[in-house]
Design a protein around this ligand. Sequence first.
Ligand code: ADP
Ligand code: MG
Length: 231
Amino acid sequence: MLSTPPVDSLSHALRLSGVTFSYAQGFSIAIPDLHVAAGEQILLAGTSGSGKSTLLHLIAGLEDARSGEIEIHGTNFTALRGAARDTFRGRHLGMIFQTLNLLQGFSARENVMLALMLAGHSTLEQSTRADRVLAQLGITESHRLVETLSVGQQQRVAVARAVAGNPSLVLADEPTASLDPENARTAIALIQSAAKSAGAALIVTSHDPLLRSAFSRVIEVCEFTSKRVAT
Ligand code: ADP
Ligand code: MG
């Protein structure tokens, strides 16, 4: 069982300390110290191939750091393994992917319910929360199969799925990469307001300089990365 973290550490959604990671091909990440406050919203900026997705995967526990600690909502997430890590991820992290990754053949409600099930919510809680969050995001016909919804509506379902469980932290990897500038601004505003309503901190990655003005804190991923060039 997880012990209750000290109150002070709960003022941070995320803390990385002494984190190192590398791929065999020579790309590596080193983060001595990085804090994200509860509810804070950050843009993780960098060109394509600069390491944004890799860093998000480390934070989400989808890749293992070589060393260091990744603390989410006061818990050393890196120390959790297997089912404990999956359950913790389900409860404390929401993820939005560029390709949305919605389950085709399932309704908007079922897509959101599945995420809530993985986070350990009861069936009743799953369906009431799913309908409430979808309605807040403008999806009233939650019974419709996701593939029958417009791209904009599908994006709303993906946002609903990420915030429905009131996570500590939402990670959005290039959520606007396939959108034109106007739709990109709308999508970012939607993600930011949904994260705020859910009380979650937010890290958005993007290679697009136009998004910078929407964030009061911008982190350049290249501050933490290096690439060994083969000789
Ligand atoms: P970004 O998301 O900023 O485009 P990535 O994190 O996907 O960048 O990639 C960072 C670097 O790591 C790139 O050089 C990429 O080629 C390399 N890389 C990404 N995934 C893998 C992998 N699974 N195995 C080896 N190298 C990888
Ligand atoms: Mg990427």
